[in-house]
Design a protein around this ligand. Structure first.
Ligand code: NAD
Ligand code: WQD
Length: 340
């Protein structure tokens, strides 16, 4: 059984991926420093799968701690590397924290693969590397744009660090997955997204508004060049995203990579406006949302969605859940967290 280290495995996407890895028969070790999560996620994973992954509390940007982890574990075959700080606005305020945390963590993981003979890396990249693309939908050949935030830059440079390392190290393979907008939670409502304080992202803000924690959803911008004037993104279910990681890992293990470093877009492959999300949420949950359209949010792009042909063809991956189902799982998770 392959042993896989999941960095940031107590976080939102990481915890869902650990569940899918366990379901696929992998032995999983989680490392997390709980800077944006809680060990309770591991309890949720155990309740879903019946298996408790080993948990190491450590900071991935600290080389000595990570080397200790690899020495103690011995035979880690691959890494799925989620651990990162991800708040775009905060990264503008605290660039050094973001560069230090995100880039050192990635460098350390690549170093450990080399030192300990691990072979596979799956990296959490982001559609943020495309900025506002000139042509939609974006393919993996769409040029990356200069990053619009230090956070975005850590994804762009992170990709480069990984690509340069695998190109200079025989026997090591990597896949960068460029996520579009993952939403929702596990259908069991045992794990989900737990933003600290006021959410930055749309769907947690919607569910908190529906739960009465926020008074009103503010829709940022009603004057975009889109059918209803609100911005377009490519939203898809986090469980589908989790499954893409297992397929990426399996592709490398099976020797099906066509080059040491590959990139795949992961999204539903269609663009949805903010107002369409609001309507879909109201329809599927029966809860009316209090909202208003306000000015644009600084740094937001107008529209982006993925061409996912490559992931379909090469990974055999596409989204299974509908948007409505993903929103329903988000709501069920919010209700559970709030004891509703
Ligand atoms: P998250 O904050 O829920 O998960 C990240 C986890 O990493 C957290 O548990 C946090 O405690 C941990 N962590 C952070 N720095 C660490 C460190 N130095 N050492 C150990 N643990 C550390 O975020 P998420 O939404 O699950 O995102 C996971 C990854 O996916 C991140 O790399 C993020 O940038 C990327 N991503 C997320 C989205 C999204 O919309 N959520 C989109 C594109 C890319
Ligand atoms: C979606 C849409 C908002 C909140 C962010 C990161 C990006 C990537 C994904 C990691 C936008 C609108 C939001 C609200 C609103 N993450 N909105 N009211 O902007 O696509 O991207 O997460 O890599 O790097 O920037 O996602 O969920 O914040 O916003 O109207 O209260 O919802 O303006 O149009 P976004 P989001």
């Amino acid at each position: 059984m392959s042993k896989i280290l999941v960095t940031g495995g107590a976080g939102y996407i990481g915890s869902h991926t650990v569940v899918e890895l366990i379901n696929a028969g992998f032995e999983v070790v989680v490392v997390d420093n709980f800077s944006n999560s809680s060990p309770k996620a591991i309890d949720g994973i155990e309740r879903i799968t019946g298996i408790r992954p080993r948990l190491v509390e450590a900071d991935c940007s600290d080389l000595a701690s990570i080397r200790n982890l690899f020495s103690a574990e011995g035979n880690i075959e691959g890494i799925i590397h989620f651990a990162a700080l991800k708040a775009v606005g905060e990264s503008v305020e605290k660039p050094l924290d973001y560069y230090r945390n995100n880039l050192l963590s990635t460098i350390n993981m690549m170093q450990m693969l080399k030192e300990f003979g691990g072979k596979y890396m799956v990296f959490s990249s982001s559609c943020t590397v495309y900025g506002q693309p000139d042509v939609l939908p974006v393919t993996e050949h769409t040029p990356r744009k200069p990053a619009m935030s230090p956070y975005g830059n850590t994804k762009r440079v992170g990709e480069d660090i990984i690509q340069d390392t695998v190109n200079s190290t025989s026997g090591v393979f990597a896949i960068a997955l460029r996520y579009f907008n993952p939403i929702g939670a596990h259908p069991s409502a045992e794990i989900g997204e737990l933003p600290l304080g006021k959410p930055d992202n749309l769907v947690p803000f919607i569910t908190q508004t529906a739960a009465g924690i926020r008074e009103k959803l503010q829709i940022f911008g009603g004057d975009y060049n889109t059918p209803d004037g609100t911005a377009i993104r490519d939203y898809f279910h986090v469980v589908d995203l989790a499954k893409a990681h297992v397929l990426a890992l399996q592709r490398m293990i099976d020797g099906r990579s066509t080059s040491p470093y590959e990139v795949f877009n992961v999204g539903a492959g269609r663009g949805i406006t903010v107002l369409e999300i609001v309507k879909a949420f109201e329809n599927v949950t029966g809860v009316k949302l209090n909202y208003e359209i306000v000015g644009r949010r600084a740094g937001d792009i107008e529209k982006v969605w993925a061409d996912t042909t490559l992931a379909q063809k090469e990974l055999g991956w596409k989204t299974e859940s509908t948007l409505e189902y993903a929103l329903l799982t988000a709501w069920n998770w919010e209700k559970k967290v709030r004891g509703m």
